[in-house]
Design a protein around this ligand. Structure first.
Ligand SMILES: Cc1cc2nc3c(=O)[nH]c(=O)nc-3n(C[C@H](O)[C@H](O)[C@H](O)COP(=O)(O)OP(=O)(O)OC[C@H]3O[C@@H](n4cnc5c(N)ncnc54)[C@H](O)[C@@H]3O)c2cc1C
Length: 343
């Protein structure tokens, strides 16, 4: 039985505890559908992800990836809910967690900075699972160093003309829309970027390459050749694209560690089941002192990661504008702990 005592921590509210319990029940009821087995074919993987987005939408879980004015808790993106949902989905299915996360990350700039028209055009489809979202920031020479982005958007009357290439883009090939960051030239470096939302069928937008992963999900390189975008599809102010990207990552970075936490909890539970059932030298493996010490280290690592994750999420939900330090420290430690858990 997974340890759920952390749900009583003061970082979380009764609504969070209910959400977690409901999702656990739903995951158990849908376990066969949550673990599709793509045969290594790209088409199978794409179909599996489309199916999972639809399933998560029908289950009502994707509403949490966009702000919902009709709901008390989710009037703005609630990072604690996102973390609990990602942790729980990751525990049950890595691919389902990926699909959930990308709906939030890909649409985040629209949620946080989109005009009312853009929000109503895209967000309902994200929440229902009808529209698949993608976040196109990285380029070959611009990963951590976002200020090195070379993709350009040049003003042409009421439009911008977009040219360039983005790589490592999750959902490339299956997304219905992309949020894209490009150089608009108001100033050098980070102060000359702007963000846009683009439908996947915009003329000039192509997926030039798909990238294989050890734990597969759709990932690829996209190319923009003279894509004509109405200026009304800009997200936020001209030249403020760096802030749009960082504000979005500040919401979703903590949730990456929450997913790592879900994987680590699962590894811990699988380990416990194994050491309790595996008999050797006439007794369960769990009777050996070194096994007990290893399991104790894993449990401790999981608990410390959970503390960092939910502190960071609570700080963000409590109104702290930037949680960069908390998010970065919990991301590093939770991911290290998760890796240790798997090893
Ligand atoms: C599976 C996967 C999915 C992805 N999906 C997306 C997506 O959907 N959209 C998107 O835009 N991008 C995506 N990316 C790209 C990802 O965001 C980049 O990999 C990330 O920004 C890091 O960039 P980089 O790989 O070029 O590493 P680099 O920027 O070259 O960094 C190399 C190393 O230097 C370290 N480093 C960086 N800065 C510092 C510093 N100041 N001090 C010390 N060390 C530093 C980094 O931690 C890293 O270990 C994805 C990547 C992967 C692997």
């Amino acid at each position: 039985m997974p340890d759920s005592s952390y749900l009583e921590w003061p970082f979380l509210q009764a609504s969070h505890r209910r959400l977690k319990a409901e999702l656990d029940l739903w995951c158990e009821a849908n376990s066969a559908l949550l673990e599709p087995q793509p045969e290594g074919q790209q088409a199978d993987l794409d179909a599996a992800c489309r199916g999972l987005v639809k399933l998560l939408g029908e289950g009502g879980w994707l509403v949490h990836t966009v702000p919902n004015t009709a709901d008390d808790v989710n009037q703005r993106l609630d990072v604690r809910s996102l973390c609990l949902l990602r942790e729980t989905l990751a525990y049950h299915s890595g691919l389902a967690d990926f699909c959930f996360a990308m709906q939030g990350l890909g649409s985040g700039p629209v949620s946080l900075f989109g005009s009312p028209a853009l929000r109503s055009e895209w967000l309902q489809g994200v929440a229902s699972g009808r529209n698949i979202a993608a976040f196109a920031l990285s380029e070959k020479q611009a990963g951590s160093d976002v200020s090195a982005i070379a993709t350009r958007a040049e003003r042409d009357g009421d439009h911008y003309i977009l040219n360039g290439e983005k790589t490592w883009i999750s959902n490339a090939g299956i997304a219905d829309f992309y949020t894209v960051f490009a150089r608009t030239g108001e100033a050098p470096g980070a102060r000359g970027l702007s963000a846009f939302v683009l439908a996947a069928d915009t003329p000039g937008l192509t997926v030039s390459e798909r990238i294989d992963l050890i734990a597969p999900h759709p990932l690829g390189t996209i190319v923009f050749e003279n894509c004509r975008i109405p200026a009304s599809q800009m997200l936020g102010e001209p030249g403020r694209g760096f802030q749009v990207a960082m504000a979005t990552l500040d919401v979703f970075r903590t949730t990456v560690a929450a997913a790592a936490l879900g994987f680590a909890r699962r590894a811990c539970d699988e380990t416990l089941a194994h050491v309790l059932n595996r008999e050797l030298f006439g007794a369960p493996l769990a009777d050996l002192q070194m096994t007990q010490a290893s399991v104790a280290d894993m449990a401790l690592a999981v608990d410390t990661s959970a503390l960092l994750v939910y502190r960071s999420a609570w700080a963000k939900d409590g109104g702290q504008q930037r949680v960069t330090r908390e998010a970065a420290s919990r991301l590093l430690i939770a991911q290290c702990n998760c890796l240790e858990g798997w090893v």
